[in-house]
Design a protein around this ligand. Structure first.
Ligand SMILES: Cc1ncc(C[n+]2csc(CCOP(=O)(O)OP(=O)(O)O)c2C)c(N)n1
Length: 321
């Protein structure tokens, strides 16, 4: 049985992510947003299920499709919108854009556009957390999130091997939306036995098929508690999900002939936001939606009013050898 508070909290986070991204899709044509956007519409329950049970000082790491985990982990919404607008108040000073969101004060490790590259960085962070816990006695954790395409990179296997060897405090989560740009999984993998492949490294695995936000949350909560108590990481979780919009950009691409629209319709019927709305009373939903409207408007105004970076910023954070 889920408490009304939990349902309301998960609903609000998922709806905030979706409405924030749909607002981006609306304003994208105005050129206010200065970088490409990889939207997570349809996939929100994974990010929210992952981040809800984490502690503030735990870290979540993701790829270029990072809006959802940034918001779910409590990343600053104003700084996120300002970053998308290329403004100096953005979370990366307006220099990085949508694919490189970061908010270390809220436990969001910097994202990267290069598929797979955040996995070894997150693994290194988990090693640092393991060493830190030897001094502090408290085990913080890292959750490394990536797509099914990320598991095709060599550094994925190097990372999970190292993490298993050193029993690192890390949970690896594959958001399996079955698509890498336009290529479905059937054209990329000889078998879909991803969990079985990972298990051969000596890693506990879980396969979650329905993107049920409560199941994702409970699985992460149990995995995190186990790793904190027994120092027995890593744990690998494969979460099935589905991207409703195009790979990059604001459109739906259902006319592009590369995906099975029945699969899309099936996922849409199981939309977790609509499901949780039905578990709440209408008054609560209206109140949460009003709060979301205000938060998005505030973020937009903050971004609009903020200045672009000064010219001299061009030479800061540039390294030469
Ligand atoms: C190393 C590398 N190879 C190729 C690309 C081009 N690329 C960008 S996104 C993408 C698909 C990745 O799919 P997946 O990891 O499943 O994540 P999703 O986009 O579905 O969230 C590819 C091949 C890249 N950015 N980096």
């Amino acid at each position: 049985m889920h408490t009304p508070e939990l349902v309301a909290r998960l609903y609000k986070k998922m709806s905030l992510i979706r409405r924030f991204e749909l607002r981006l899709a609306e304003i994208y044509h105005t050129d206010a947003i200065k970088s490409p956007v990889h939207l997570s519409v349809g996939q929100e329950s994974i990010a929210v299920g992952i981040c809800d049970p984490l502690e503030k000082n735990d870290i979540v790491s993701n790829t270029y499709r990072c809006h959802a985990t940034y918001i779910a982990k409590g990343g600053d919404l104003n700084e996120m919108m300002a970053e998308l607008y290329g403004k100096s108040t953005g979370c990366a000073g307006g220099k990085a854009g949508s694919m490189h969101l970061v908010d270390m004060k809220n436990g969001v490790l910097g994202a990267s556009a290069v598929v797979g590259t955040t996995i070894p960085v997150a693994t290194g962070y988990a090693l640092a957390m393991q060493m830190e816990a030897e001094k502090t006695g408290h085990q913080r954790m890292t959750v490394s999130v990536f797509g099914d395409g990320g598991t095709e990179e060599g550094c994925f296997y190097e990372s999970i091997n190292f993490a298993a060897l050193r029993k690192l405090p890390i949970i690896y989560v594959c958001e399996n939306n079955r698509l890498a740009i336009h290529t479905p999984i059937e054209k990329r993998w000889a078998t879909e036995k991803l969990c079985e492949r990972v298990a051969t490294y000596g890693i506990e695995t879980h396969k979650l098929d329905h993107a049920d936000v409560f199941t994702v949350r409970d699985t992460i909560a149990r995995a995190a508690a186990k790793i904190r108590a027994h120092r027995c990481g890593p744990i690998f979780i494969e979460c099935s999900t589905y991207r409703w919009l195009e790979h990059v950009g604001p459109r739906d691409d259902h006319e592009d002939n590369y995906r099975d629209l029945d699969e899309y319709r099936r996922w849409k019927e199981h939309d977790q936001i609509a499901r949780l709305a039905k578990m709440l009373d209408a008054e609560t939903v209206a109140r949460l939606e009003n709060e979301i409207t205000a938060e998005i408007r505030t973020a937009e105004e903050f971004a609009e009013k903020s200045p672009y970076p000064a010219d001299e910023e061009l030479y800061k954070h540039v390294y030469a050898v």
